[in-house]
Design a binder for this molecule. Structure first.
Ligand code: C5P
Length: 215
C-alpha cells in the first residue's frame, strides 16, 4: 500500500533464533519459531513500508514481497543490522543468544576428547548498539520475554537500551510465546502502556497501529 502510515519508510525486522556453533554439528540456540517477527514484517508491509527481514533458521514460510536475509549467529545478525541501520524503524524481534562459545571447533569434537565445559563469552547487544547510534527520528522497537517481573524488566530494558518501545510477553502465559500462533503482550514506551492479545498477526497489526497512529 503506497498510502499506508508507513509508506516510504524503510523498516528492518529481525526474527527467529540465532545459532552459536560449538563445532560444525552442535550449537547453542533457543526455541524461537520466528512467527512473531514474521508477523511484524507482514504488518509493516501492509502499512506501506519497504521491509527487510533479517532472520535466523526457521521453518515457517517466507513472506511474499519482503526482502529476506538469512543469518545464523548473533555476530552475523549484528553485521546485517549494522548494514541496514539507516532504516526509519528497526524492530528487534529476534531471540538473540546472549552467549556464544569462546572458541568454535572447526572439526566435530570427539566424545573421548571432549572437555566437560564450554567457555562462553557475551554476544554484542544489537538493540543497545542501535540505541547508542540512533539516527534522527529513528524508531527502535525491542522485545522482552520474561519469566518473572515482566513489566519491571521491560521498563528497565526500554531505558537501558535506549529503545522507544518494548513489546513484552510473559513465558508463563498459556498460549503465548515461542511456538504459539497467539500472543499476549504489553506494549510500553516511556509514558504509555497497553495490553494486546490475539493471533500473532493481529497483535503485530495492533502494535504497529498503536505506535504509528499519528503518522
Ligand atoms: O536483554 P534481552 O535479551 O532480554 O533483550 C531483548 C531485546 O534485545 C530483544 O529485542 C532482542 O532482539 C534484543 N537483543 C539484542 N542483542 C542481544 C540480545 C538481545 O539485540 N545480544
Amino acid at each position: 500500500r503506497s498510502n499506508g502510515p508507513l509508506a516510504g519508510k524503510k523498516v528492518v525486522v529481525t526474527a527467529g533464533p540465532t545459532r552459536e556453533h560449538i563445532d560444525p554439528v552442535r550449537f547453542i540456540s533457543n526455541p524461537s519459531s520466528g512467527k512473531m517477527g514474521f508477523a511484524m514484517a507482514k504488518a509493516a508491509q501492509n502499512m506501506g513500508a519497504d521491509v527487510t527481514l533479517i532472520h535466523g533458521p526457521v521453518t515457517i514460510e517466507k513472506p511474499e514481497g519482503i526482502t529476506t536475509i538469512e543469518i545464523e549467529s548473533a555476530q552475523e545478525l549484528f553485521e546485517q543490522v549494522q548494514n541496514h541501520s539507516d532504516a526509519n524503524v528497526v524492530i528487534m524481534a529476534a531471540a538473540v543468544s546472549d552467549f556464544t562459545p569462546k572458541e568454535t571447533h572447526q572439526q566435530k569434537v570427539k566424545k573421548d576428547k571432549a572437555d566437560s565445559s564450554i567457555q562462553l563469552k557475551k554476544t554484542p547487544d544489537i538493540l543497545s548498539w542501535l540505541g547508542d547510534h540512533k539516527n534522527d527520528g529513528q524508531i527502535l522497537i525491542g522485545f522482552a520475554m520474561e519469566t518473572e517481573n515482566l513489566l519491571e524488566n521491560a521498563k528497565d530494558k526500554l531505558e537501558r537500551k535506549n529503545a522507544d518501545w518494548i513489546v513484552a510477553n510473559s513465558l508463563n502465559d498459556d498460549d503465548s510465546g515461542f511456538a504459539s500462533d497467539k500472543n499476549k503482550v504489553h506494549l510500553l514506551s516511556k509514558n504509555d502502556s497497553i495490553q494486546i492479545e490475539g493471533l500473532k498477526s493481529e497483535v503485530a497489526r495492533q502494535v504497529l497501529s498503536h505506535i504509528f497512529k499519528n503518522s
